[in-house]
Design a protein around this ligand. Structure first.
Ligand code: GYE
Length: 337
């Protein structure tokens, strides 16, 4: 056992030693500059001139689509990107998938994909991911796991459907029956619009029937003709919800041929194309829910960020509104699509 005296002298010795060590140690060096402010990476930044972007467009089924294609092509030219690899899949998913595979093979920098339908993208998205090619989902959505793509830029299709329902409720005074001409089966646009519409449609309004017109004028017309053989306008149904203006224009032809007059049946459509505005001026559409196809600038801006490894927002939604016949004449000349 140590005596207290001894213990104290050990402690004093130990502390003295500490003082000596501290005195001998080199004075603390100034803190190094934080790594973030050192050596900016600006020199390695990629520009639009370096960009090869792949756009496997889903088709040319509508005026909306034509405007979307034009927006992509015009923006690519304006920004002076190295190469735009554009293709038209004619509304066939297998064509979009092969176009994507060709782009992966080529080693493009970014793929921007407007998917014709929601399901079935896992395999090719995984291939792009493995090849380290970021994919931006444009316009319609996919059901694949979000970890398989970089981001989505497009409209809130369910919100568009809700807006259409609110218009229909007003137009029909919350009662009656309607028909629905829906978009491409299984497409994010049709699924979202149908869902949102049903969520907000007054429960006293019955959806008598719903058929697809595949977003085209040509396919919508015979569907409307078949509806008119089955259901009597005015008696059996008072309104029609149509998922895009092109199908609306096809439907109008069938309605005209059946002797229906503009305004007798309340029509709510989606897109806000010039054709839709004309249909409002002519009294056929009572409301047109906007869906903006001019996505080019946002797509390329995000693509450049991805090329430079910068963070991007996972879901970029387009700001949209509803158009009405009273302003249609005034606004038509300002419409870009
Ligand atoms: O509403 C329709 C087009 O996906 C939002 O596709 C798009 C839709 C648009 O054919 O006109």
């Amino acid at each position: 056992m140590f005596s207290t005296k001894r213990l104290v002298s050990y402690a004093v010795l130990f502390m003295a030693l500490l003082v000596v060590i501290a005195a001998c140690a080199a004075p603390a060096a100034p803190a190094p500059a934080p790594a973030a402010t050192a050596a900016p990476q600006a020199a390695a930044q990629k520009t639009y001139k370096d960009m090869t972007l792949c756009y496997p467009q889903l088709g040319a089924e509508s005026d909306w689509r034509t405007a979307n294609t034009a927006s992509i092509k015009e923006t690519a030219a304006k920004l002076g990107i190295k190469q735009l690899v554009f293709s038209d899949a004619q509304q066939k998913q297998e064509n979009q998938i092969s176009a994507m595979r060709a782009c992966i093979q080529q080693g493009v920098d970014v793929i921007a994909l407007p998917p014709v339908v929601e399901d079935g993208w896992e395999a090719v998205l995984t291939e792009a991911k493995n090849a380290k090619i970021p994919v931006i989902i444009v316009d319609r959505s996919v059901s694949a796991d979000p970890s398989l793509y970089a981001a989505h830029i497009g409209s809130d299709m369910a919100l568009e459907g809700k807006r259409a329902a609110a218009e229909m409720n007003k137009l029909l005074n919350n009662q009656g029956a309607i028909l629905e001409l829906s978009g491409t089966t299984g497409s994010g646009a049709a699924v979202g619009r149908a869902k949102g519409f049903r969520e907000d449609l007054n429960s006293n309004i019955k959806i008598l029937d719903s058929q697809t017109g595949n977003f085209t004028r040509a396919e919508a017309k015979p569907v409307m003709e078949a509806f008119l053989k089955k259901y009597k306008p005015g008696t059996d149904f008072q309104g029609i919800f149509i998922h895009n203006d092109d199908m609306g224009i096809g439907a109008i032809e069938a309605l005209k041929a059946a002797g229906v007059k503009p305004g007798e049946i309340k029509i709510v459509s989606v897109d806000g194309t010039r054709g839709g505005f004309q249909a409002m001026i002519d009294g056929w559409f009572q409301a047109d829910v906007e869906c903006n196809p001019l996505l080019g600038p946002q797509v390329f801006e995000m693509a450049l960020k991805l090329m430079n490894g910068q963070p991007v927002d996972k879901n970029v939604l387009t700001n949209e509104t509803v158009y009405y016949p009273d302003k249609a004449q005034e606004l038509l000349p300002t419409r870009q699509y």
